[in-house]
Design a protein around this ligand. Structure first.
Ligand code: SF4
Ligand code: SF4
Length: 405
């Protein structure tokens, strides 16, 4: 592959790229920093880059249309597993397909959502403190499992959107004067993730996104009804993980995912860019970085060794699908996606085996989480293995359990 020259807009002068907040989030950002162009997202490369695009990747995308999926006899990849996975993806797929052919918008994955009513013409007179509390209350009521607020940070906003219709960059249509980001997380179903790798476990991914969409669209309309601008976003427009960390929703894990105190890495993220006056939350530290320094369950468990087992680095693997100028654990997105394409569904093994992937409604699991935050960490990690947390369950187990309620 000829590595395309990065667009000029990526080469913005970022000499002042680091911010005081980075000391709390744990990201070291240097003057080499470059914002990300959505074109180089691995799912988009699977459309335009002949080195990533393959017969397998085409079949992977087609499998989300159930009649084109290649069912197997093996548990977890049968007709009913793909049928449920694709049903769980229905809301996300339906909303992203709605304007694709008529307006070249793939909302939620490549473009922000536009399906809103007019908001109020008069602005609320509430204070930033009142707005922050109300947005969190309203968001929970509208279905979000957790909500945080951070200041708008352009570093994590893509330089361009991408058109899969035209196979070209598109101008970023996010207004530049929005001041805050409301970040939402929704839990992915715990028992379904226990069956990873399986097509069935992909139902937890689709369900997480579908729940995100319901809460993010409703909360966006709420902010618009307060008389302010609000732009709803799922995977499009900006990197969700650094914004979620800045919004105090969790910490960054070795597997490159957000780890929340409530659900560990088992979450999907949505966000709302707004000019509603708000008070940002502070990043949190419940010991994740130190745990990841001792733990290798995700890097050992990854079937294609896409997760680094050493210290954070300024690593960009093939040079274009990763953030430049940020020191962190970076997974090899190409190896990861190739595994997904080869097995015909997404993979969440690194989520399943993570010691933070537990049902924290249980007192003993909360005790283990507390131990992971202090000098009992090594014992907690040993217990995690001894007690067989993170072991794979069969899809048959899941279907029998679902039938029993
Ligand atoms: S999703 Fe699967 S293939 Fe990708 S990094 Fe995680 S364990 Fe590895
Ligand atoms: S599996 Fe271990 S190393 Fe990987 S993210 Fe979870 S705690 Fe960190």
């Amino acid at each position: 592959m000829v590595v395309p020259e990065l667009d000029k807009a990526c080469a913005t002068d970022w000499r002042a790229a680091s911010k005081p907040l980075d000391a709390q989030t744990g990201f070291e950002v240097t003057e080499d920093f470059e914002r990300f162009n959505q074109k180089y997202d691995m799912f988009n490369r699977a459309v335009w880059d002949e080195d990533v695009r393959s017969d397998r990747s085409r079949k992977f995308f087609e499998s989300y249309f159930t009649d084109l999926a290649q069912f197997r006899k093996v548990e977890g990849f049968q007709h009913r597993d793909y049928a449920l996975r694709n049903a769980a993806w229905y809301i996300a797929d339906f909303t992203s397909d709605l304007l694709e052919t008529t307006q070249d918008r793939k909302e939620g994955f490549l473009d922000t959502y536009t399906m809103f009513r007019e908001g109020a013409s008069r602005k609320t007179e509430a204070t930033a403190e009142e707005n922050s509390a109300d947005v969190k209350r309203a968001g929970k009521f509208l279905g979000a499992d957790a909500i945080g607020i951070c200041e708008y940070d352009e570093r994590w906003v893509y330089t361009h959107n991408y058109s899969r219709q035209k196979l070209t960059d598109k101008a970023m249509d996010l207004p530049e004067d929005l001041t805050h980001v409301v970040v939402i997380v929704n839990e992915m179903h715990h028992q379904t993730i226990q069956t990873v790798p399986s097509a069935l476990s992909g139902a937890a991914t689709g369900q997480g996104y579908s729940r995100d969409i319901i809460s993010v669209l409703s909360l966006t309309q709420y902010i618009r009804n307060l008389g302010y601008r609000a732009v709803a976003s799922l995977n499009d427009t900006a990197l969700s993980i650094p914004l979620a960390i800045q919004a105090g929703l969790g910490q960054y894990g070795r597997h490159g995912l957000l780890i929340t105190p409530e659900f560990g890495p088992r979450v999907r993220i949505a966000k709302i860019f707004t000019d509603l006056p708000l008070i940002p939350d502070q990043p949190i530290d419940f010991g994740v970085t130190e745990t990841c320094n001792h733990c290798r369950r995700c890097s050992d468990g990854c079937p294609v060794k896409a997760i680094p087992d050493d210290a954070p680095k300024f690593e960009t693997h093939d040079g274009i699908s990763h953030l430049k100028g940020v020191k962190k654990w970076t997974i090899n997105a190409r190896q990861c996606f190739t595994f997904w394409a080869n097995q015909g569904t997404d993979c969440s093994i690194c989520i399943r085996v993570c010691p933070y992937n537990k049902d924290f409604s249980k007192r003993f699991n909360r005790l283990l989480r507390w131990m992971l935050s202090n000098r009992w960490r090594r014992l907690a990690l040993w217990l995690d293995v001894k007690l067989k947390y993170g072991e794979r369950k069969t899809a048959g187990w899941w279907w029998r359990r679902a039938a029993d309620g």
